[in-house]
Design a protein around this ligand. Sequence first.
Ligand SMILES: [Zn+2]
Length: 150
Amino acid sequence: MKLYKTKKSKIDNLGLYATKDIKKGTKIIEYRGKVITRKEAEENPKYDNDKAIYLFNLNKRYDLDGDFKMNTARLINHSCDPNCEVTGSGLKVWVHSIKDIKKDEEFFYDYGFCFEEDYRNYSCCCGFKNCCSYIVREGSRLRIKKRKRK
Ligand SMILES: [Zn+2]
């Protein structure tokens, strides 16, 4: 039985949801895609800006492009309080749980965007208490809060 199902999300279009209770540290779904060299990623305009959402760095030489329909894991939404993490091992990338997840909960992971001037183009509506309103990785959020106060 698959651990996930596709369903309409409160946050954005579709999302992936747990089909049963899942323990922390469980592999949920493979993040499938095409392995490309980092050079290709740098040179191909396809990987500019928002498309980078689906691009994962595997190692010094390779990235994984997950921008394909068959990659169901791409439907997972960003949240400021994620219950999953995406990690690579060799040339494979997996989404696994970093918390215990209850049946019917939606899966989230931190898209890990760097803090850049264009962060305002990517708003976050995850609705968690700690939401900083933008899709920016955890380590950079403090900087945004500081800016807002000005
Ligand atoms: Zn948020």
